[in-house]
Design a protein around this ligand. Structure first.
Ligand SMILES: [Zn+2]
Length: 319
């Protein structure tokens, strides 16, 4: 989540203006790289579909990092010291005759470099109308922004949308106190409003789930609260194969896996930390393939347990 909600103060968009990737026309005229990546989980066909990128100041995603250490870690990772790019790796799974999209992506809610999911669906010969189900880990704008079209309609016209019940209660049915977020007040206001407006077109079709529930055979939700009251992570499973999706347990592997720093937007940092450790420990112990929503595209790899914590090991590209 967190970064450039549209119209955010200049501090929060400064890094994005110079990213050099402007819009669809520019990208296609430059012959941009693919934004989808296919693989399988047993009998389930899976495709990472990029919605593009968002980002913000590294400090937002590493709230407790000593400044000198943070700067050194970024330098050694060859990352800019003033802006961290976060990917938006949504996952399409096709199983049991259904097309299920896990996370909707940011759309236009958090800056100009997201909203690419539709062109990436088109690249695999699908449209938004081919999606039967959308499953959301938590209701932050970068996960729900694409649910609303520019004119306020349903972007996935046939889809049933599954959301965690506790997030619906916190962000949608109430006016949440977002003062825990390490961003300016005007950003918080837009952030809260973006959640409500993104979800408004699907209010009648929403299915609220409790983390732990199975959404469809082969897709189970796992309790992972802390980042938000209701956040879930996901397990995709078929036969002996499985894939763990870590949602926003971590933003960027360099600051939240290879280093143990706490994401500033975690609402309940202790609970989020406990969820992170429990699920990362499971991933490491079982040597599970992992997909990170915000990790560098396509976001696939494994979690290694180290003496002091964890290390992210990206998977090799499969042709
Ligand atoms: Zn997110």
């Amino acid at each position: 989540m967190l970064s450039a909600v549209v119209g955010a103060s200049s501090t929060f968009v400064s890094g994005m203006a110079s990213s050099g990737i402007a819009n669809t026309q520019t990208r296609s005229s430059l012959g941009g790289n693919v934004g989808h990546y296919r693989f399988r989980v047993g009998e389930i066909s899976a495709t990472v579909l990029s919605d593009g990128v968002i980002g913000g100041p590294p400090r937002v995603y590493a709230s407790d990092a000593p400044e000198a250490e943070l700067q050194e870690v970024l330098r050694r990772a060859f990352l800019p010291n003033d802006h961290m790019t976060l990917n938006l790796n949504t996952l399409l799974i096709e199983t049991g005759g259904r097309r299920i999209l896990i996370e909707a992506g940011a759309g236009g809610t958090m800056g100009p470099n997201a909203g690419r999911i539709f062109e990436n669906l088109a690249a695999i010969d699908l449209t938004a109308a081919d999606i039967d189900t959308v499953v959301i880990s938590h209701t932050h704008p970068d996960h729900v922004g694409n649910l609303r079209t520019a004119d306020g309609g349903k972007a996935f016209p046939r889809a049933t949308v599954f959301l965690p019940k506790a997030d619906w209660e916190f962000f949608v049915r109430n006016d949440p106190d977002l003062s825990y977020m390490p961003v300016p007040e005007d950003f918080r206001v837009r952030f809260g409003a973006a959640i409500k407006s993104s979800l408004e077109p699907v209010t009648k079709d929403v299915e609220l789930y409790e983390a732990g529930a199975e959404i469809v055979p082969g897709l189970t939700t796992i309790v992972a609260s802390g980042h938000t009251p209701g956040m879930a992570t996901f397990l995709v499973h078929s036969g002996n194969e499985q894939l763990l999706l870590t949602a926003d347990l971590a933003y960027h592997p360099v600051v939240n896996i290879d280093n143990p720093w706490l994401p500033g937007p975690d609402r309940d940092k202790e609970t989020a930390l406990a969820s992170r450790r429990r699920i990362f420990d499971m991933a490491a112990a079982d040597r599970m393939p992992v997909l990170g929503f915000h990790y560098p595209f396509p976001g696939l790899g494994r979690m290694l347990k180290t003496d002091g914590g964890y290390a992210w090991v990206p998977a090799g590209w499969q042709f």
